[in-house]
Design a protein around this ligand. Structure first.
Ligand code: AVI
Length: 329
């Protein structure tokens, strides 16, 4: 971290949110990654590219859909078990909200845990600004820091941001967007940073396909728009010529891998061109855009232990659709 960022963090006062952009987008590396994915035998694009400005707004809209149960089920667990969760976590100096977005979930936890410092991390501080202003309005004494960081690659938080015993919070089952093999080192990295604290993490549980698939293929078509918007983002990033109307959204449950998959399927045989390359897609051929893994409580508990956590506690909703884990030690 450069010297000026360190000085700014140390100078942070209460009453005014501080913003730090750690992530310097490497456009060249992103373009290389995208070209490789489009040219692969099974074409695929990493789900982080779903979140341009419009994609982030569409994801917010998804969380309000009747079919998309994870967000409100997780909030219900937090409300129903608030006192037990607060007692398990204990007193913390810092609350670190990974993928904080609008900070709505962070606000619930601030009221519950009363930290001195709230650190909201997201891929872009721009997206955090409105949420952090709201947090600061509601909690004028809280030290509020927004960190722009793509932590899916590595959780390189400026160490000065986090003070005292820390509770990390990773909500919404975003861990489901990692493969289990990638989730373990990611969780181990959080554990290493949390030290005497721990991680509160939301996990979507395996359930009937009749509930899972509509959550990713809603009647209004918002998730379809979220998925198709990726093509517009690719056009901008790569100078590509995807025509959105040539593609359709597909969501399916892959039982063998216990994951929802999102794909974009070519409606007709077509060729896509981008700066320095092209690919022919046959009618019905798919571009794989997201995995969302669904766990059993035991399987996720084992994953936390593989990551090195010695102690876990778990709360769930009456339907056992979703789980909140507190992992420490
Ligand atoms: C962010 N992530 C946890 C969401 C999920 O459920 O996997 C992304 C999403 N994709 C389609 N709908 C929501």
């Amino acid at each position: 971290m450069n010297h000026s960022v360190r000085e700014t963090i140390l100078a942070a006062a209460t009453g005014v949110p501080l913003f730090v952009q750690v992530y310097n987008e490497d456009h060249q590396a992103s373009r290389e990654e995208l070209r490789r994915g489009l040219s692969a035998r099974v074409p695929h694009i990493a789900p982080k590219f779903l979140y341009d400005a419009l994609g982030s707004r569409l994801f917010d809209a998804i969380t309000e859909l009747p079919e998309y149960y994870p967000t409100r089920t997780e909030a219900g667990i937090l409300d129903a078990h608030a006192q037990a969760i607060a007692a398990a976590i204990g007193s913390v100096g810092s609350l670190v909200d990974l993928g904080a977005a609008s900070c709505a979930k962070g606000l619930r936890l601030i009221s519950l845990l009363h930290p001195q410092r709230y650190v909201a991390v997201d891929i872009s501080v721009e997206f955090l600004r409105a949420g952090l202003a709201q947090v600061q309005r509601e909690h004028p004494q809280l030290q509020v820091t927004g960190v722009g960081l793509d932590f899916s690659a590595a959780l390189n938080l400026p160490p000065e941001c986090v003070q005292g015993r820390a509770a990390y919070f990773y909500a919404g089952s975003s861990i489901g967007n990692f493969t289990p093999a990638d989730a373990v080192p990611f969780l181990a990295g959080v554990r290493a940073q949390a030290r005497a604290g721990g991680l509160l993490i939301g996990v979507d549980l395996v359930k009937a396909e009749e509930l899972l698939v509509p959550a990713y293929d809603d009647a209004l078509g918002v998730t379809a728009a979220f998925n198709l918007n990726l093509l517009l983002h690719l056009n901008r990033l790569l100078g590509a010529d995807f025509a959105v109307r040539d593609w359709r959204h597909v969501a399916l449950f892959n039982r063998e891998h216990s994951r929802i998959e999102m794909h974009l399927e070519a409606r007709r045989t077509l060729t896509v061109h981008w700066d320095g390359g092209e690919r022919k897609f046959a009618q019905g051929e798919r571009l794989h855009t997201e995995n969302s893994y669904k766990y059993s409580i035991d399987r996720f508990d084992a994953l936390l232990r593989d990551a090195g956590f010695a102690s876990t506690k778990c709360w769930t909703d009456p339907n056992r659709w979703f789980a909140l884990f507190w992992a420490s030690g």
